[in-house]
Write a protein that binds this ligand. Structure first.
Ligand SMILES: [Zn+2]
Length: 73
């Protein structure tokens, strides 16, 4: 997945949020914590499929994804 594709995907998601196409919940979808939430994309070819995670869950999720990728090599 190219870097440009990821950036484009984030732009689409940011726009969708702005126009109300997607909604930001007030809690993390993984642990239910309130607090700063970040958009997480499992797939960058589905820009509107966003999971809202707190910064902690996002770091855990990204770490797990990276481990999965490296274990495939
Ligand atoms: Zn969380």
């Amino acid at each position: 997945m190219s870097r440009d594709h990821k950036i484009r995907c984030r732009e689409i998601a940011a726009y969708a949020l702005k126009v109300g196409r997607i909604k930001k919940p007030d809690r993390c979808e993984a642990c239910g914590n309130r607090g700063p939430l970040v958009k997480h994309h499992d797939r960058y070819d589905e820009p509107l499929k966003v999971t809202w995670l707190c910064t902690h869950c996002h770091a855990v999720h990204e770490g797990a994804k990276r481990r999965r990728l490296t274990s495939r090599c």
